[in-house]
Design a protein around this ligand. Structure first.
Ligand SMILES: [Zn+2]
Length: 243
């Protein structure tokens, strides 16, 4: 996966020097684009790199305790009743501590968020894949981000129950099963198994989306959109982009 130079492996937070410079050029929220149109014409309104920069700026504000709560007044949300133009689709965990609008300091209409315990894509079925495809084909997002997080309980469960069968009640077992490939490929590698599996799970999601036919993969290939992965740190609030 290639990333723009401003979002190297050092991550969102360390790239915020450029982001802070860019903050003097404040882009309007999607409300401005939404007025009077049902469907986005042509290519995305902003580039994937610009979307990444906005997320990086917002995450920096969040980490610094300087959130601005953009796009939450009636003047912002009323025009959005006519249509939405989110800047990114984000697949994140259902964990109550991982709220993308808050940790990226974005407003109503800015993020198209799909939340599922364990934020996995491969094996997630049509609800997740169809939602992502909708964000690309209809909402015209320039960016898809798969967002894992530290101390993910779903990944922990996958590690704990890796070799068990029917060890968990209800559909939890089926959910955790989808995370086991990420755990298996992380076993025996240097470092912390949980951290490695969390990262591997994100990478697997990115790889799946990059080749997912017939909507997302071709959009990536043509350069119309980018798919990136990141891991949110519960303790520091930072989102680290994966190279
Ligand atoms: Zn989680």
């Amino acid at each position: 996966m290639s990333l723009p130079s401003s979002t190297s492996r050092r991550g969102f937070i360390l790239s915020s020097g450029a982001a802070l410079l860019a903050s003097t050029i404040y882009y309007p929220t999607s409300a401005a684009w939404a007025a009077g149109a049902d469907e986005p014409p042509g290519p995305p309104q902003i580039s994937a790199d610009e979307a990444i920069r906005r997320l990086a700026e917002g995450n920096r504000r969040f980490v610094d305790g300087k959130i601005t709560h953009p796009g939450r007044t009636p003047a912002d949300f009323q025009p959005l009743a006519q249509g939405q133009y989110p800047i990114a689709a984000i697949i994140s965990c259902a964990d109550s501590r991982v709220a993308p609008e808050i940790l990226f300091d974005q407003g109503i209409g800015d993020l198209f968020i799909i939340r599922i315990a364990g934020n996995y894509v491969d094996g997630a079925g049509p609800a997740v894949k169809g939602s992502v495809e909708y964000s690309v084909a209809v909402l015209n997002v320039p960016l898809i981000a798969v967002l894992g997080h530290s101390q993910c309980g779903a990944v922990k469960s996958a590690i704990q129950h890796l070799h068990d069968h029917n060890a968990l009640p209800g559909a939890i077992n089926d959910l955790v099963k989808q995370l086991k490939p990420a755990v298996l490929e992380s076993e025996g590698k240097p470092g912390d198994l949980l951290e490695n599996a969390i990262e591997a799970n994100v990478r697997r999601g990115v790889a799946k989306l990059n080749t997912l036919e017939p909507v997302v993969g071709p959009a990536v290939k043509s350069g119309r959109i980018k798919v990136v992965g990141g891991v949110y740190d519960l303790a520091t609030g930072t989102v680290r982009m994966l190279a």
